[in-house]
Design a protein around this ligand. Sequence first.
Ligand code: UD1
Ligand code: UDP
Length: 362
Amino acid sequence: MSVKHLLHVVGARPNFMKAAPVLSACAQRGLSQTLVHTGQHYDARMSQLFFDELGLPKPEVHLSVGSGSHAYQTGEIMVRFEKVLEEKRPDMVIVYGDVNSALAATVTSAKLSVPVAHVEAGLRSFDRNMPEEINRLVTDRLADVLFTPSEDGDRNLLAEGTPRSNIFMVGNVMIDTLVRLLPQAGRSALKKEMTAGYSRYAVVTLHRPSNVDDLDNLSALMNVLQGISKDIPVLFPVHPRTRARIESLGRVGQRGSLHLLEPVGYLDFLALQKDAAVVVTDSGGIQEESTYLGVPCLTLRDNTERPITVAMGTNRLIGRGPARLAAEISRVLSGDAPAGSIPPLWDGKAAERVAEVVCRLN
Ligand code: UD1
Ligand code: UDP
């Protein structure tokens, strides 16, 4: 395999933090690159803001696929991406994470015999009710080069029969972006404004269908957060999927110290996260970032594809039920929080290792 021209596919918010360091490391090694944005996320606060903050190049191709059912979104990306692949003829396609954009680009590339590299390979929740688990399984099965963030990824891939020679444990590229931009996060005006006068605050994000699509469950979660906000301010940048549900519950706007915000930019979110007394989330990336930052994280899920954040980091899996949430937050606030350490190779240099491997393939 000779790799001179790489084509990177991004589409949803968590892709941007992962692709930025890889694009930069590959550019430094003189590789020719094309960036394709599928348009899975399209609001300025879910997409363009990150291009500006992370210094990502403007995508050469924008597929503008937008929202829809899984089949619609995946199928439509495949149809549009096939034309791009035929025109650009890259030597390798690089996909990121577990979103529909990664799955669609992988299947399309494999059918056209274009080699695929998957960044963030090998993660498994072993829960096929999660759309992301299906995406991970199919993407990893078809990918030729598998870049894993941690050893559990290697183990999962080997257990599924992936050849050892295709697996490269490079570390966590999302942490590369965090390491690079942490110094700038200190300047966040939003954080100053939202936390003035408070020594402690909580940060919340929720967007998994399993938490937010059931309105009774979401309403019960909101009641718990409302209760917590009587003790400490709760800052909740609301994902668009979740906003639509909260609106249908008639619960938008500020309620006491429960602040329902628009999705915030990367630097503001990092600033809020790094000094939070507790983070409550169902996000994959935020489980990892809080572990790196040493901030207690309560994950509102029954399982995680990132078990290293529980085994080594500051993450505690607390299940989906609202009943346990208040008690777990109190537990952390009273000082009983997991002490964590930073997993191996989460060191800000993962993308350099990706680029090095890509160049070695030549
Ligand atoms: C997607 C990913 C999920 C990831 C999350 C990160 C899949 C299957 N899901 O979930 O793994 O954790 O992104 O944020 O790929 N919407 C807007 N504006 C936007 C984008 C979405 O209003 O810019 C609304 C639309 O109503 C849309 C809904 O949010 O239907 C869900 O968007 P979608 O991309 O389908 O899934 P996410 O929940 O964002
Ligand atoms: N993030 C952000 N603003 C927000 C919420 C999250 O910049 O309002 C960042 C967060 O720091 C992390 C990434 O978005 O880098 C995680 O994306 P998300 O939670 O949407 O997806 P997941 O990781 O669950 O796939």
